[in-house]
Design a protein around this ligand. Structure first.
Ligand code: EPU
Length: 432
């Protein structure tokens, strides 16, 4: 098993280019099951999650070819097998997004339940509620969702849950509704830019979705969809992670291919603590102060501060001047990184869905264990500034969501490398 070693204390400087958005690429790839024509997806990040989903699409009869510069071509060759097996789905929850397209196009699907993960409970009741409202017959049996519908029918669907909208739930129901008979209205739809991007892709395939990016999506069903050529938006979570990397090292970094409009809440919160982010023409400049102040923040559905940045903000605030309170409103148990950040000298206490952070004057390097993708990023950020050497174990999480992270950070002046664990650990990989 691999680990990452960071020698902390180097100020980041230079330019870094952001990759395509993972959470847009994954549902967009599943949308290719809605047509038998070839789709070309550009700016697809080279990530383990993209490779895992490619394997699932292959299992479901699609040819997936990765070309130069992030181009992925997908064409369904056979529609015979509509079963997504447990061993594949458990590796990556986003693969549950094959359910809506399979059901809408093939009239049937058997998709493994994804199960929970280290960031907390991850139910799928809203996905099933939406698909049932479209007329699907759904049974859950032997750990699988069995769905059937000769032709889906448009419906009015409220998709809000106890924690607000559901990102992949909206994706599943929206994709299914594109081929339904009649009009579907989804209320309390997720407004995340990745869902808007998926809707743009579906419209390029011939779908009729309006009010994109709003909580009220209107989808007029069509009889069939065709192939499309589409470029994915930049990854706002990756962009913000590099902004925080610049801030935590008091660096001077330009972030290329990022969209400021997707980061309004993040930039606003950073300006509150003294970190200035300015942007023009898809590139952002970060100017970090020598010392930043504490703040309180709450994660919320878009356009609020994303839960996928909670761990990275927690790492940053562990060095702020004063006490900060971070409240997690999407996944109230997503705090596995706290104990590891404390091993690096942070002073963080968890109280229910809150992390109470007393800013430390410095962090010091130590071996730590990554628990999920964003927790790994937080540990890397802390390692960049910790005195001495930080060793991050279980780095396979990082490869699921950050393209070439050591290379990108090294190019900015970080002292970071990856090594194979000499003990050749046979530890089981734990997925989120
Ligand atoms: N929820 C329900 N019922 C459902 C679905 C969700 O109650 O049927 C609840 C969840 O338990 C959670 C909230 O609704 O409290 C939001 O969950 P959501 O369904 O939006 O999460 P997701 O679609 O499973 C996506 C991202 C996650 C990101 C969340 C929240 C993808 C592939 N994954 O997950 O990304 O944290 O939205 O923004 O888009 C990551 O990239 O590291 C990651 C975990």
């Amino acid at each position: 098993m691999e680990k990452i070693i960071i020698e902390g204390g180097y100020r980041l400087q230079g330019r870094v280019k952001i990759s395509g958005a993972k959470n847009a690429a994954l549902p967009i790839m599943t949308a290719c099951l809605l047509s038998d024509e070839k789709c070309v997806i550009r700016n697809t990040p080279d990530l383990v999650d993209v490779a895992s989903l490619s394997a699932i699409l292959g299992e479901l009869g699609a040819g997936v070819e990765r070309g130069e510069g992030g181009t992925v071509e997908i064409k369904v060759e056979s529609e015979e097998n509509s079963t997504a097996p447990y061993d594949m789905v458990r590796k990556m929850r986003a693969s549950f997004c094959v359910l809506g397209p399979l059901l809408a196009r093939r009239g049937r699907a058997k998709v493994s339940l994804p199960g929970g993960c280290v960031i907390g409970l991850r139910p799928i009741d809203l996905h099933l509620k939406g698909l049932r409202a479209l007329g699907a017959r759904i049974d859950v049996e032997g750990g699988y969702v069995l769905a059937e519908a000769p032709r889906l029918r448009g419906a009015k669907i409220y998709l809000g849950g106890p924690f607000g909208s559901s990102v992949t739930g909206t994706a599943n129901v929206m994709m299914a509704a594109t081929l339904a008979q009649g009009t579907t209205i989804i209320e309390c739809a997720a407004c995340e830019p990745e869902i808007e991007d998926l809707a743009h892709f579906l419209n390029k395939m011939g779908a009729k979705i309006s009010r994109l990016g709003t909580p009220r999506l209107i989808i007029e069903g069509v009889d069939s969809l065709h192939g499309a050529d589409y470029e994915i938006i930049p990854d706002r979570i990756e962009a913000a992670t590099y902004i925080i990397a610049a801030a935590i090292t008091q660096g001077d970094v330009t972030i290329e291919s990022a969209r400021l409009e997707h980061l309004a809440a993040v930039v606003d919160k950073l300006s509150e603590i003294g970190v200035v982010v300015t942007g023009e023409d898809k590139s952002l400049k970060v100017i970090a102060p020598a010392k930043f102040s504490s703040t309180d923040l709450v994660t919320l559905p878009y356009p609020g501060i994303p839960t996928d940045l909670q761990a990275q903000f927690t790492a940053l605030l562990s060095l702020a001047d004063g006490i900060s309170v971070v409240t997690e409103k999407i996944f109230p148990d997503r705090f596995m990184h706290i104990a590891e950040l404390n091993r690096l000298g942070a002073n963080i206490r968890k109280e229910g869905p809150h992390a109470i952070i007393t800013g430390a004057s410095e962090l010091s390097g130590a071996p730590v264990m990554a628990s999920d993708l964003r927790a790994s990023a937080a540990l890397i950020l802390a390692g960049l500034v910790a005195r001495g050497k930080t060793i991050v174990n279980r780095v396979y999480h990082l490869d699921r969501g950050y393209e070439r992270i050591e290379e990108k950070l090294s190019s900015l002046g970080a002292q970071i490398s990856r090594i194979e664990d000499e003990r050749g650990s046979s530890e089981e990989v734990i997925y989120t």
